[in-house]
Design a protein around this ligand. Structure first.
Ligand SMILES: NC(=O)c1ccc[n+]([C@@H]2O[C@H](COP(=O)([O-])OP(=O)(O)OC[C@H]3O[C@@H](n4cnc5c(N)ncnc54)[C@H](O)[C@@H]3O)[C@@H](O)[C@H]2O)c1
Length: 268
């Protein structure tokens, strides 16, 4: 069901790698809700070609940008405004990557160059995007920015490595920048803390399948799907949530406030 919630709005959507990506679902929903937007991803991810299919189906232009490069982000925001014909109303930050996790390095013995890279790609990139947007005055008043997070920012998940630190930083950047951008331009910035989801980034985490099943059994509503996450992001981009900012919003079927469930209990 479509509600025209984003009719007349212009956006930038990062992180659509393939049809499993959360950002892919957000793009499809945003298109169905009447938005126009540009798609962006790291140049290396775009060479895989999948994003072109999404771009065609959503009538969107693709603008390559490494989220760690200020020059690339400047080009992303200026080109997006040019292509879409005005300032931006919503931004999705759906970017995460840890070289330490990729190489299976334990949290207690990280490669520090990789650690810096994890933080830069997965968290500082939000700060960089907001700084560029502010300098270019690229966002309309009441624009909405959403970044995707995970509960390892608040609680320890032994297998989540340095991504836990990146998510804690991401949520903090959303709060701090949310304050300053809110004061300056009424721009709101939130993070959505999503259930484990079967995507390339998700499945890259060791033991992901077991953990996915555990979370599914613990949550009274089960794990939230990527499609449901997209629905939630659309509500946050819409004018119906104008006074929500600087929040970390759990989108997890009740997982974050459940202690134990009988389904999990029975397994022991
Ligand atoms: N999958 C899960 O279980 C889960 C749960 C909670 C939160 N998240 C978060 O959701 C977001 C999207 O991940 P996903 O699960 O859809 O996986 P995904 O692998 O489809 O998306 C991650 C994206 O980050 C992009 N990226 C990596 N390095 C980049 C760079 N330098 N510049 C620009 N883009 C870069 C990748 O190309 C990819 O498109 C991430 O922040 C992830 O941490 C995922």
């Amino acid at each position: 069901m479509n509600y025209n919630l984003l009719k007349g709005k212009r956006g930038i959507i990062s992180g659509a790698l393939d049809s499993n990506s959360i950002a892919w679902k957000v793009a499809e929903r945003a298109h169905a809700e009447g938005a126009v937007f540009t798609l962006t991803n790291a140049p290396v991810a775009m060479r895989m070609g999948e994003i072109k299919k999404l771009a065609e189906s959503c009538n969107a232009e693709v603008i390559g940008a490494d989220a760690t490069s200020i020059t690339d982000i400047e080009n992303l925001f200026s080109k997006s405004q040019e292509v879409l014909g005005g300032k931006i109303d919503f931004v999705l930050h759906s970017i995460g990557m840890s070289p330490n996790l990729r190489k299976n390095l334990p949290y207690t013995d990280l490669n520090y160059d990789f650690y810096v890279k994890s933080l830069d790609v997965s968290a500082m990139s939000l700060h960089k995007m907001m700084t560029v947007a502010m300098k270019q005055d690229a966002l309309n008043e009441w624009a909405s920015v959403v970044a995707l997070s995970y509960i390892a920012a608040q609680r320890t998940y032994s297998f989540y490595g340095d991504m836990a630190d990146a998510k804690a930083m991401l949520e903090s950047v959303a709060r701090s920048f949310g304050f300053h951008y809110g004061k300056a331009k009424k721009v709101r910035i939130n993070t959505v803390s999503q259930s484990p989801t079967k995507t390339t980034a998700g499945s890259g985490i060791k033991g992901f399948d077991n953990f996915y099943d555990f979370a599914d059994k613990l949550s009274p509503l089960g794990n939230a799907s990527a499609d449901a996450c997209a629905d939630y992001c659309i509500t946050l981009f819409s004018d119906l949530t104008r006074m929500v900012t600087m929040q970390n919003l759990f989108h997890d079927g009740g997982y974050s406030t459940t202690g134990i469930s009988e389904d999990v209990w029975k397994l022991f």
